[in-house]
Write a protein that binds this ligand. Structure first.
Ligand SMILES: *Cc1c(COP(=O)(O)O)cnc(C)c1O
Length: 355
């Protein structure tokens, strides 16, 4: 079976973790600080703040922007559940806006009609590794005085008009094991804003600046130096991994003829966290099974959009978002990760063309 994802663990990851173990300094320390500096350099932001996961990164980013009970945050329903649950953790309400069928990302033309006096922020998700139409989203945010919190969990290194994911607003990344670069579990928040960065550092560590003096209600959302050692080794591999993902995606788009292949918006450099086709001429689940039976791993990201998940439906009601609901029934993600061989790529394209 060609797996849908396959983390790369090399010598630097292993020696990095061993060095931390031998140092005896295991919790948030020098390795976390080094990872933060490396990540800020990648994202071209002033600050990067490490947390325990992408989910805690989103949660803290929302809190640092003062979002809480009574507030609304506009976001996409076509995402991993953590985007919506992090809004709910703060007591705020997610307001779902439909996506664009070509890019799978938030449709900016539908945002303004969803803004109310309670709206505090827009939370776009750079799905599958492609940046949203941030030009349009930034214009709307400025006009209405809204914060932008980017869910860039799938988009490390992606650019729009040369500008990096995570640098358009407050950026949230995940270093979960299957992401483009990983630390087993981990998260990063990027910002150019000194005050937001300081609040984030306090929120992740019990509201402390000075040990045992607690200035606010905080959490323990710290990253460990063990995880940071893995993440640091991976940051150094990012350009190489991204180049391989791009070459793999280019091969698939050139050779797949049977289904709708992904669109890259003009001005975007995609990082291909997922390579996602749309199956419109036959049953999607049967198509995925046919690929699995032929030895091709697949992923359905995501079969049930956030606004149709039971616990969220109880909060937002019976919202219908037709583009998202159609896409959720059509998408199949194919292997595109850096460890694919030329033979794997040939086989993937050939089997997809049999659908
Ligand atoms: C992975 C992911 C998250 C959550 O990150 P974790 O590190 O798993 O908590 C959030 N949003 C999106 C779009 C993701 O892909």
């Amino acid at each position: 079976m060609i797996p849908i994802s396959k983390p790369f663990i090399g010598e630097e990851e292993k020696t990095g973790v061993l060095a931390v173990l031998e140092s005896g300094m295991l919790a948030q320390g020098k390795k976390v600080a080094a990872l933060e500096a490396a990540f800020a350099a990648v994202c071209e932001t002033k600050h990067a703040v490490a947390t325990s996961s992408g989910t805690t990164a989103l949660h803290l980013a929302l809190l640092a922007h003062g979002i809480g009970a009574g507030d609304e945050v506009i976001t996409t329903p076509f995402t991993f559940i953590a985007t919506a649950s992090s809004i709910l953790f703060t007591g705020a309400k997610p307001v779902f806006v439909d996506v664009d069928a070509d890019t799978f990302n938030l449709n900016p033309a539908l945002i303004e009609q969803a803004i109310t006096p309670r709206t505090k922020a827009i939370l776009p998700v750079h799905l599958y590794g492609q940046i949203c139409d941030m030009d349009a989203i930034q214009k709307i945010a400025e006009k209405h005085g809204l914060a932008i919190i980017e869910d860039a969990a799938q988009a490390v290194g992606a650019t729009r008009h040369g500008k990096k994911a995570g640098s358009f607003g407050t950026g949230c990344f995940s270093l979960y094991a299957t992401k483009n670069i990983m630390s087993a579990e981990g998260g990063i928040i990027t910002t150019d804003d000194d005050a937001i960065a300081e609040t984030l550092r306090m929120l992740r560590n019990h509201g402390m600046k000075r040990r045992y003096y607690h200035d606010m209600l905080g959490y323990n959302f710290r990253m460990t130096d063990l995880h940071a050692a893995i993440g640091l080794a991976q940051v150094n591999r990012l350009d190489n991994f991204t180049a391989k993902r791009r070459a793999n995606a280019e091969y698939l788009s050139a050779h797949i003829k049977s289904v709708i292949t992904p669109t890259v918006m003009a001005g975007n450099a995609h990082v291909w966290h997922q390579y996602t086709i749309r199956v419109t001429h036959t049953d999607r689940d049967a198509a995925a099974k046919q690929l699995n039976d032929a030895g091709i791993g697949t992923g359905i990201f995501y079969p049930v959009p956030a606004h149709r998940q039971g616990f969220i439906r109880e909060i937002v009601g019976d919202v219908r978002l037709p583009v998202t609901e159609t896409l959720a029934a059509e998408v199949i993600s194919l292997p595109v990760h850096p460890r694919l061989t030329p033979a794997d790529l040939e086989k993937i394209a050939a089997e997809v063309n049999k659908l």
